[in-house]
Design a protein around this ligand. Structure first.
Ligand code: HEC
Ligand code: HEC
Length: 325
C-alpha cells in the first residue's frame, strides 16, 4: 500500500517537474530599450487589455466586448490581425506585417480599414502615453496571435520616436541658480563671457552687452529652457536666421567670414566674433558662401561645468523684457 502511494507521489512529482520545465522553456521575448523593465509577451498582452486601451475599441476573436474598431482576432471580419497585416502590407508596399501594425499605431489615419472612420487615437500621445518599448511589446503580442514568435528586432516609426524624444525634453527641469548665472553671463573675463556677444538685462535693469549675436533680453519669452541649454552645448543646432556665418571670397583671393551686418548696392558689412566690422566692396566679391555654422564658441560643454550651464539657463529663462521699440 505504502509503496503504491510512494510511486503515485513520485509520478506526480515527475509530472509537475516536467510541466514546470516545459513552462520555463516557453520562449520569453525580452524587449530591449527601457523604461527599466524587461518586457515580455505577457507584458504586451497586459498592455493591450489594460493601459494601452486597445481593448476599449478592439476585440480579439471571442475575447473582449468592444465594437468600435475592427476585431483583431480570427472573426467574421477576417483572419487574425497578423495574417491580415501581411496582405495589407503587400498592397501598401510595406515590408512586413509588423510594419503594417506599426503604421496603424503610428499614423492611424494613413490607411483606414474599410467601414471604419479615422478614430483610433495616437496611443503614444496623452492620455494613453505608451512608451516606445510598450508599443513594441504590444506589436510582439499581436504578431504572436498568429503563432509568430519572432523576436527579430524592428524599428519603430520615426513619428513615435520623435514624439517620445520631444516629450522627454519637455520634462527638462531648471535646477540652476539665476544669480550665479547672472554673474557668469556678465563676467567679461569669466569662462562664459556671453556678454561679449549678446545683450541681456542685468540686475540693475540695464541692457548690457555687444550685439555680435542676437539680443537675449527677451529670450525667456520665445525659447524653452531646454532649447537654451542645447544652444549652449551645441551651438550648431537651430542657428538663428540672419546670424548664419557668411564666408566671402574676394576676386584677389582673400577670405572674410562673419555675420552679415548690413548690405547696400555697393558694399556689405561683416561682423566677426570679436565685434570688428569689415566693409567689403561688392565689385571685389567673387563668391558668397553661407556657412551652416554658428559664430558662438563651440566648446562651452568643455569650458563650463554642468552646474554653470544650468545656472546660465536659469538666468536666461528669466530674461523676459517686454518692449515695443
Ligand atoms: C478609440 C478606439 C481605438 C483604440 C483605443 C485603439 N484603436 Fe486600433 N483601430 C480603431 C479603429 C476605428 C480602426 C480602424 C480604422 C483605422 O484603420 O484606423 C483601428 C485599426 C487598428 C488596426 C488595423 C486593423 C486592420 O484590420 O488592419 C490595428 C492593428 C490597431 N487598430 C491596433 C490597435 C492597438 C494595438 C491599440 C492599442 C495600443 C489600438 N488599436 C487602440 C480604433 C481604436
Ligand atoms: C563669440 C560670440 C558669442 C558668444 C561668446 C556667445 N554667443 Fe550665443 N550666439 C552667438 C551668435 C552669432 C548667435 C546667432 C547664431 C546662432 O544661432 O548660432 C548666438 C545664438 C545664441 C542663442 C540663440 C538665441 C535665439 O534667439 O534662439 C542663445 C540662447 C545663445 N546664443 C546663448 C549664449 C550663451 C548663454 C552664451 C554664453 C555661455 C553665448 N551665447 C555666448 C554668438 C555668441
Amino acid at each position: 500500500m505504502k509503496k503504491k502511494i510512494i510511486i503515485k507521489v513520485s509520478i506526480l512529482f515527475i509530472f509537475c517537474f516536467w510541466v514546470a520545465r516545459w513552462i520555463c522553456s516557453l520562449p520569453e521575448v525580452a524587449i530591449e530599450n527601457d523604461p527599466k523593465v524587461s518586457m515580455t509577451l505577457n507584458t504586451g498582452e497586459a498592455l493591450f487589455w489594460g493601459k494601452g486601451t486597445c481593448h476599449v475599441c478592439h476585440r480579439i476573436g471571442e475575447r473582449g466586448y468592444a465594437l468600435r474598431g475592427p476585431n483583431l482576432g480570427d472573426s467574421k471580419e477576417g483572419a487574425v490581425v497578423a495574417e491580415r497585416a501581411k496582405h495589407r502590407a503587400d498592397s501598401l508596399n510595406l515590408n512586413s506585417a509588423a510594419d503594417y501594425i506599426l503604421q496603424s499605431i503610428a499614423q492611424p489615419g494613413v490607411f483606414l480599414v474599410p467601414g471604419y472612420n479615422n478614430e483610433m487615437p495616437k496611443v503614444y500621445q496623452p492620455p494613453v502615453s505608451l512608451y516606445p518599448s510598450e508599443i513594441k511589446a504590444i506589436v510582439f503580442y499581436l504578431l504572436s496571435l498568429a503563432g509568430d514568435s519572432t523576436t527579430s528586432a524592428f524599428e519603430l516609426p520615426a513619428a513615435i520616436v520623435k514624439y517620445y524624444d520631444a516629450s522627454q525634453e519637455s520634462t527638462f527641469k531648471i535646477t540652476g541658480d539665476p544669480a550665479s548665472g547672472h554673474q557668469l553671463y556678465f563676467a567679461l573675463n569669466g569662462a562664459a563671457a556671453c556678454v561679449s556677444c549678446h545683450t541681456a538685462v542685468d540686475s540693475s535693469g540695464l541692457e548690457m552687452g555687444k550685439s555680435v549675436g542676437p539680443d537675449l533680453s527677451a529670450i525667456g519669452l520665445i525659447r524653452s529652457p531646454e532649447h537654451i541649454y542645447r544652444k549652449i552645448i551645441k551651438p550648431d543646432s537651430n542657428i538663428v536666421s540672419g546670424y548664419e556665418d557668411l564666408l566671402i571670397k574676394t576676386k584677389n583671393g582673400r577670405f572674410f567670414t562673419g555675420i552679415l551686418k548690413s548690405e547696400d548696392d555697393l558694399s556689405v558689412i561683416l561682423l566677426d566674433r570679436v565685434g570688428t566690422e569689415t566693409i567689403i566692396q561688392k565689385k571685389e566679391i567673387a563668391r558668397r558662401l553661407p556657412q551652416k555654422i554658428s559664430n558662438m564658441p563651440m566648446n562651452y560643454a568643455e569650458l563650463l561645468t554642468e552646474k554653470q550651464i544650468q545656472n546660465l539657463v536659469a538666468f536666461l529663462t528669466l530674461q523676459k523684457r517686454s518692449r515695443e521699440d
